[in-house]
Ligand binder design. Structure first.
Ligand code: ADP
Ligand code: MG
Length: 230
């Protein structure tokens, strides 16, 4: 699904050059659940932004579904993003004027999903995220954890082929974290590819593979230990 070839991303600010990604080689197959870990500033978010086609590499190739998209136009990338990607970030970006239900329904309206199916899918994912009782509330009437669950529901209702998550449980208590991780796992079991940046060993334990970064490079890439049952 994804192949990065000697990919680098540099930032220049006030004549200072920062190499956020330095010669990244990474292959992710469809259906994998990859955790990306590493110290602050090592390039995790930059990698996720490049993977999410929100940022372009300075050099190297990004193969997505067998096509090098590293130099594609913003318009072409926007189309790929819309068709394939779901983002779960720490900031919620919910629309203040819309209710929980309307926020979650919005991506389906853009996709012209018929009314009856929309209703079914919105109600199902709200129940799954244990937020159905808040469906007619506005975002500011919710706790941070509830807002994050609504944001996750909205990102994932379009059933993207690839989910990119940047510390999806970063601001959440253990109960909310578990709801988010359980949803990600369920989607992964149904075939969705997931790439998730996390600081939490607990979250990483859900993944089938852990990639460790340092100073813009990948320093370890290990499959999850096969669980042994007595
Ligand atoms: P992480 O997510 O692992 O904490 P980042 O990918 O955010 O790391 O950042 C990697 C490096 O790139 C850091 O040194 C950071 O300061 C720098 N960086 C990230 N984004 C930008 C940007 N837009 N402009 C300049 N420097 C940036
Ligand atoms: Mg980061």
């Amino acid at each position: 699904m994804i192949k990065l070839d000697n990919l680098s991303r540099q930032f220049r600010t006030d004549s200072v050059l920062t190499t956020a990604l330095n010669g990244i080689n990474l292959t992710v197959n469809q259906g994998e659940f990859v955790a990306i870990m590493g110290p602050s500033g090592c390039g995790k978010s930059t990698l996720l932004n490049v993977l999410g086609m929100l940022d372009s590499p300075t050099s190297g190739a990004y193969w997505f579904a067998q096509k090098d998209i590293a130099n594609d136009s913003e318009k072409a990338l926007a189309k790929l993003r819309k068709q394939n990607l779901g983002f779960v970030f720490q900031s919620f970006n919910l629309i203040d004027e819309l209710t929980v239900y309307q926020n979650v329904e919005l991506p389906l309206l853009y996709q012209n999903v018929p009314g009856r199916e929309r209703k079914q899918r919105v109600e199902a994912i709200l129940a799954q995220m244990q937020i159905a009782h808040r469906r007619d509330h506005l975002p500011q009437q919710l706790s941070g954890g509830q807002q994050q669950r609504v944001a996750v529901a909205r990102a994932l209702i379009i059933q993207p082929a690839l989910i990119l998550a940047d510390e999806p449980t970063g601001n959440l208590d253990s109960q909310n974290s578990e709801a988010v991780m359980n949803l990600l796992c369920e989607l992964n079991r149904a075939g969705t590819t997931i790439i998730m940046v996390t600081h939490s060993d607990e979250d990483a334990s859900y993944a089938s593979r852990t990639v460790r970064m340092r100073d813009g490079q990948i320093v370890a890439d290990t499959p999850a230990e096969v669980k042994q049952y007595a």
